[in-house]
Design a binder for this molecule. Structure first.
Ligand SMILES: [Ca+2]
Ligand SMILES: [Ca+2]
Ligand SMILES: [Ca+2]
Length: 272
């Protein structure tokens, strides 16, 4: 039985290889421009979405980005639940979401407020500016992430800084009385979310002007620190496929605006 199979396999394999070579050559020739225009590649948006920001620096760049990203669809706080199930879906398991700080994959259905559930973490803590969960900064999914209820509570409204003791149930995360340090894999994500919020919210529509500073213990001030540390985290942890995909899904399906610092991490240094 194996003999006839082998004798038939050889010519088939050769024929397939020949056909593949014939197809592959022209496909490769057109692959380069297609790859450059891929939806997750920032250059595709430079001539369109970011047209009015290109070539600018400092406060001019920040102001241009504010105008660009402020054109968006807004979600209600209730709509955030379903949105996060899409934006933060586990690429390896479509029934789950990935939790920001713990990195764990947890069932989408385990959303809620009980121990073992995941809920909606405001990376820009909502008490910093006291904007609550009315439609606006408190419902902007660019900085809202699924997180374990207990770990979310441990982070609380602390500013971000290096140092502290281990966070139970969230390996790689550290905290002390006045600050929280996320695991290395999401340090840049956290920095880019905070800086997006600073650019997006400039004191309009009754909401505070959010801005980073270099302090901890900001309390209810519309500020989050520490800027010098966030800038380092942005440099150390560049955007990966998950973060870029998240930005794209928010743009395509939900808010129709982008986090410029995921597309252009170098703009962090241009603005701050
Ligand atoms: Ca501290
Ligand atoms: Ca990351
Ligand atoms: Ca601002």
């Amino acid at each position: 039985m194996p003999v006839p199979r082998v004798s038939r396999w050889k010519p088939l394999a050769l024929a397939t290889a020949t056909v593949l070579v014939g197809i592959t050559v022209p496909a490769t020739a057109t692959a380069s421009p297609t790859a450059t225009a891929s939806p997750t590649a920032a250059p595709a948006y430079d001539d369109t979405y970011y047209q009015d920001a290109l070539g600018k620096t400092g406060t001019e760049l920040k102001s241009a980005l504010h105008t660009i990203v402020s054109d968006q669809t807004k979600l209600s706080y209730d709509q955030v639940w379903d949105a996060l199930k899409t934006t933060d879906q586990d690429p390896a398991n479509s029934a789950n979401v990935i939790l920001l700080y713990t990195g764990a994959s947890r069932a989408k259905s385990a959303s809620g407020g009980d121990q073992g559930d995941w809920n909606r973490e405001h990376v820009w803590a909502k008490s910093h500016g006291d904007f609550g969960t009315a439609t606006g900064p408190g419902t902007d999914i660019h900085h809202l992430r699924p997180e374990d209820v207990t770990v979310n509570s441990i982070r609380g409204n602390k500013d971000f800084d290096n140092g502290g003791g281990a966070v139970g149930g969230a390996p790689g995360n550290l905290t002390d009385a006045d600050s929280f340090e996320p695991r290395d894999e999401v340090k840049g994500d956290v920095a880019r979310m905070i800086l997006y919020m600073a650019v997006r919210y400039d004191g309009e529509a009754g909401f505070p002007d959010l801005e980073p500073n270099d302090r901890v213990d900001n309390g209810s001030a519309p500020a989050i620190g520490r800027l010098s540390v966030l800038k380092k985290w942005n440099a150390e942890d560049p955007p990966d496929a998950f973060e870029k995909n998240r930005n794209q899904v928010i743009f395509d399906k939900f808010q129709h605006n982008r986090n410029p610092f995921i597309d252009h991490p170098e703009w962090v240094e241009e603005v701050w």
